[in-house]
Design a protein around this ligand. Sequence first.
Ligand code: HEM
Ligand code: HEM
Length: 166
Amino acid sequence: MKSGSIAGYSAPQIALHWLIAALVLFQLVFGESMSVALDAAGEGEAVSASDASLASAHYWIGIAILVLVGLRLALRLTAGAPAPQPSGTPIFDRLAHAVHWLFYALLVAMPVTGLLAYYVSPEIGEVHEIGKPVFILLIAVHVAGALYHQFLLKDGTLRRMLVPSR
Ligand code: HEM
Ligand code: HEM
């Protein structure tokens, strides 16, 4: 990983961060409609219009996330990222680093297991569903960390994910 090689995140990196975050939140909030629609179809029951459209949105937004994260990782690996802001507590710094890379792993694993559940075997859906609480936990830790940096340490960490430096 190239870290510390640049002064801050670029506009495309920032745009991708917030776009992907918004799409992931949509997936987490409305993902159940995919389960409901597939269960109903499996039982030969009618699927409500709202579940059908939310399931279709789940499919396409999930694929969009996979494409966007591919782009984001390519930028991350070629252009790099600014050096992490030390928090003064080494275990927090290690936690932040781990959460960032677990996010990238999950952002690839969720669409892949989703596609496998859809096309290959419904049992993989159980693995896909475990991703939901894992994602929520990581987001909670990540947001707490961002707010801690911004408002207690006042080191401008949130700002650098809002204002491009290049
Ligand atoms: C980052 C992307 C994704 C996230 C965060 C996500 C999240 C979720 C969530 C929260 C659920 C509901 C779990 C529950 O009912 O408790 C779900 C179900 C499901 N998703 Fe995704 N998903 C993503 C991408 C995809 C993609 C690309 C597909 C491809 C078709 C997909 C297919 C499915 C299927 C088939 C289910 C139903 C699983 C089952 O009932 O066993 N997902 N997803
Ligand atoms: C699903 C939601 C989210 C995901 C998947 C996500 C993912 C990530 C990832 C992977 C990074 C590391 C970037 C890199 O250096 O490669 C990052 C950085 C960052 N995120 Fe998020 N994020 C999410 C939501 C949020 C939210 C809601 C906030 C604000 C409260 C936030 C604030 C930040 C900040 C400030 C950084 C920069 C950290 C630094 O400069 O070291 N993120 N995010």
